[in-house]
Every structure is written in C-alpha cells, then in structure tokens.
Design a binder for this molecule. Structure first.
Ligand code: DGL
Length: 237
C-alpha cells in the first residue's frame, strides 16, 4: 500500500479528460495534475525542447514523491516515453497513445487518426498502424496543426471552424471511426460528430486508467484507505 499522489501532466487542459477517468476508477487515490499551458502546444516542439520541458515537470512531480506518473499526452508519450524511462529508471510511467489498435480490432473500415503534427510524425504511430491494420482497412493519418492550442486558448466558434477546416477533405470517404489521438480533442467531440454523425469517436482514456490500476495492483501500490482521495491542479500559465 502507498498513499502518495499519482502525478498526471499535459500541456494544459487536455489531460483532464484522462484525470476524470482516473478519479472515477480510483476514487481513493490522491492526484496531482500539472497543466503546462505555458508551453502549449507540445505538438510543434522539437524533440530536445519537449524532452527538457517534460523532464522539468517530472522533477517537480518527483519532488512531491509521486508513486507513478501518467503522461496524459499523446505527443509527450510518443516522442519522449522511451527517453524518460531511460533517464528515470526507478519511476513508473504510464503513457497515452492514439487508440489505433482499438479501431483496427473493431473492424472499422475507414478511420481518421487525428493527432498533433508531432505525434503523427513519430515512428511509434507508424508502428501502431503497421502492427494492427488489416487488408480491407484504410487509415488516414491527419496532423491537426493548431487544433490543440485552439482548444486550449480560443473560443468554441474557433474550435468549430478549425475542425471543419481539417476534416472537410474526408467527407466522401465513408469514415466510420475517428481516433482522437490527442487528449485535447475530446473537447471538440460535438463538432467532429456534426461532420461525421455516424462515425464512432475513439479515445484511449479508459484504457490508460485501467492500465494505471493494473500497475498499482501489481506493484502493491494501491491506496487502501477508505477515504475519498484529493486532486490538486497546478496551472503553469
Ligand atoms: N494534449 C496533448 C496530446 O495529447 C498535446 C497537445 C499539444 O500541446 O500540442 O498530444
């Protein structure tokens, strides 16, 4: 048993979509969420820039003695998780990746993967496609330049415009599923569904929470008190 906090971070409000699932699944745990709005968007940073930003956050969380760190960001995960595991050998990291496997396993035929340019350009995303795609499936990888920062900083109207601009090219492609490969994108669900009302929107948030629970159980790190846990949010503006 371990009552220390679980650290969670993202470039702002995106990872809160994961934090919600985590607090539902693990109500007794204490969470510290670091919203790094100041450095948003992560999707346009070079690897060196992003790694240094992320190490800084990991150090802040480790100073609070967190027992596990959730990278509630697809960009930071796909670009940096291997380097983080290399640098912080004793720390347990749980990452977030575009749920491409879920789309393929559920036999959707035409899937758009929406993610930041940083995520789309990683080898990991191409691996996820190659390892899971079946013969009769099409996957369109869409780098959504500017969408995460529009969601972080701008109005609903701006978000709707941006979503329309990015997705209009797929209107005649019989899209039946859309992978939300950035934790900011669930905030734009209604605009995405307006364009593709029949498509299923897939995010990996529940999968991440279940993975956190499994790892805590396996390592005997669950908070076993009966009290409801606390969540604190640090905003880096
Ligand atoms: N929410 C993040 C992700 O899942 C990062 C968005 C950004 O800052 O570009 O990719």
């Amino acid at each position: 048993m371990n009552n220390n906090e679980i650290g969670v971070f993202d470039s702002g409000i995106g990872g809160i979509t994961i934090l919600k699932e985590l607090t539902k699944l693990l109500p007794n745990e204490n969470f510290i969420y670091y919203a790094d709005s100041k450095n948003n968007p992560y999707g346009n940073k070079t690897l060196d820039e992003l790694f240094s930003i992320v190490c800084n956050i990991v150090d802040i969380l480790l100073n609070r003695k967190v027992k596990l760190i959730v990278i509630a960001c697809n960009t930071a995960t796909t670009k940096c998780i291997n380097m983080l595991r290399e640098k912080y050998k004793d720390v347990i990291f749980v990452g977030t990746e575009p749920a491409i496997k879920v789309a393929c396993d559920n036999n959707y035929k035409n899937t758009i993967v929406m993610a930041t340019p940083g995520t789309i350009n990683t080898e990991r995303v191409h691996q996820l496609v190659d390892n899971n795609i079946k013969e009769n499936q099409h996957i369109y990888l869409l780098p959504c330049e500017g969408l995460a920062d529009t969601i972080e900083f701008k109005t609903d109207e701006d978000i709707e415009l941006k979503v329309n601009e990015l997705l209009k090219q797929y209107k005649n492609k019989n899209i039946d599923s859309i992978v939300l490969g950035c934790t900011h994108y669930p905030y734009a669900k209604k605009y995405i569904s307006n364009i593709f009302p029949k498509a299923t929107l897939i995010d990996g948030n529940q999968g991440v929470s279940k993975q956190v629970k499994r790892i805590l159980e396996k390592n005997n790190l669950l908070n076993t008190t009966n009290k409801k846990g606390k969540t604190q949010i640090i905003f880096n503006k």
